[in-house]
Write a new protein. Structure first.
Length: 485
């Protein structure tokens, strides 16, 4: 859901003043009129501010008081760093009592806008209707980003299926229960059979839940949300085997051309050594026949000695040729086994062409040399073909990204219990994200949010757009990694 940023009423006052000055510039008759116009604009703005503050104060009075020394958090428990942070913060010796509920995000946002809790632990932004419920009781909303993560959709190679970009609707259609997609040509790509896989709910609960919520739109993802022929893996090594035949097979398949050439050389050597043996055996038979003839003809001792020497030499040649053939056979057998193994691996890799998985970004990063992620676009072409990276995921530009968010109100943000917890949470956020294999925020983003907590800068108030349901793009001019509100 898209949001706007609101920092106060200074803009409205500036607009009023600029209008007054413009009118004065257009009418040069009386300088006093210009001063009166400015004064009237200031008075009107001040009156509007006072009325708004009275309205907010009246609405706030209807909310329950927050108990001193107590901090209440509720929301998601599947994609969060909050539980670990609560333990870490309690270990600092804080005097605050922290209560963590187990309601859904939807229920938690209702509790926040009813003034019953201070913080919502969520992986999505507040909706327009939820925000309006807060506004109805005079509560302005602030959302803190703690970390980010993303889902990567990957094949072995983009050349395998004829493309490298999918829409979020296409990804959903491929994995959803009852999906009719069995060939990549149904997505406008090559005529390649498709096989679909991904993590199991037990082996990778975070990835499974994140994908189910982000892509399939299921509040409580389960196996029934997925297509019936979904290949489920418990270890990422199984995913790589499914995707490219396995690391070992992939390397063997790449070695097949060299091994096939080597087999050809060994075969030629064997054929040649066998011919040498045949020739040596022919010479031995000829030498023996000549020696026998010399005996019958009663040749001179010198001539018979030559015949004997010829037989001896021929026998040596036969023995050597026999050894060479034996060695050539051994080398050929080894080369054939090696080539056959590579050929088998190549067939296995070829069978994996068209296989596709989804994985958490951290899993992809470990094996990015073996995987080719799809770029992802929104169905309307907005945020067209975004490549998954730490920058695009942290900023929320990548459509399959998810943020770890803490949502509060300006009313709760004034409480020292909330300030102390958020300060510790943000200070620990980068290391906590790293430990959880998530994407951490930049130093600049962390500092900006800490400034909201200590009051050195005004927090950015969340104002969701009425008609949009997708997360907003961050400002194009904002520093990469800045909070996307």
């Amino acid at each position: 859901m898209a949001t706007h940023r609101r920092t106060g009423r200074a803009a409205a006052l500036a607009l009023a003043l600029s209008g007054a000055l413009l009118l004065a510039a257009c009418s040069q008759e009386d300088p006093q009129d210009a001063s009166d116009l400015v004064a009237n604009a200031q008075a009107q703005d001040y009156a509007a501010q006072q009325a708004s503050q009275r309205q907010i104060a009246k609405a706030n009075k209807a909310l329950p008081d927050r108990p001193a020394g107590q901090l209440d958090i509720d929301g998601t428990t599947t994609f969060t760093l909050t539980n670990d942070e609560v333990g870490r913060y309690n270990a600092t010796g804080t005097s605050s009592t922290i209560n963590v509920g187990n309601h859904t995000q939807d229920e938690a946002f209702q509790e926040l806008c009813a003034g019953k809790i201070d913080l919502v632990n969520s992986e999505r932004r507040i909706t327009r209707s939820e925000w309006e419920a807060c506004q109805a009781v005079g509560l302005d909303v602030v959302q803190f980003q703690i970390a980010s993560d993303g889902i990567v959709v990957a094949v072995k190679s983009e050349s395998d299926v004829g493309g490298d970009c999918l829409s979020t609707d296409q990804v959903q259609e491929v994995w959803r229960a009852g999906s009719p997609i069995t060939n990549w040509k149904q997505l406008g790509l090559d005529d390649i059979p498709m096989a679909v896989g991904g993590p199991s709910s037990t082996g990778f609960p975070v990835e499974f839940s994140e994908f189910g919520k982000t892509v399939l739109g299921s509040p409580s993802p389960s196996q029934t949300d997925l297509r019936s022929d979904y290949y489920s893996y418990d270890r990422f090594s199984q995913a790589r085997t499914f995707l490219n035949g396995g690391t070992r097979r992939a390397k063997l398949a790449q070695a097949y051309p060299d091994r096939a050439r080597q087999l050809g050389l060994r075969k030629s050597e064997l054929i040649s050594s066998r011919q040498v043996l045949v020739d040596a055996q022919d010479e031995l038979r000829t030498a023996k026949a000549e020696r026998a003839k010399g005996i019958r003809d009663k040749r001179t001792p010198a001539a018979q000695a030559k015949d004997i020497a010829r037989v001896s030499a021929a026998q040596v040649a036969v023995d050597k040729a026999t050894d060479d053939v034996r060695a050539a056979k051994t080398r050929y057998a080894a080369a054939k086994h090696s080539a056959d193994t590579a050929a088998s691996a190549r067939r296995a890799v070829e069978r994996s062409v068209g296989h596709v998985i989804y994985a958490r970004f951290s899993s992809y990063e470990l094996f990015e040399e073996e995987l080719r992620p799809f770029e992802i676009t929104l169905p309307d072409g907005h945020r067209n073909c975004v490549f998954p990276s730490q920058t695009t995921i942290a900023s929320g530009v990548y459509p399959l990204s998810t943020q770890v968010l803490m949502t509060t109100t300006t009313r709760s943000l004034e409480r020292k219990e909330v300030q102390g917890f958020l300060k510790d949470y943000l200070t620990s956020a980068q290391s906590a994200a790293k430990d959880a294999a998530m994407i951490s925020l930049t130093d600049a983003t962390i500092q900006a949010e800490l400034n909201w907590v200590d009051g050195s800068t005004q927090p950015e108030l969340v104002v969701p757009d009425p008609d949009e349901t997708e997360p907003a793009d961050p400002d194009e001019t904002a520093e990469p990694g800045a909070p996307a509100r």
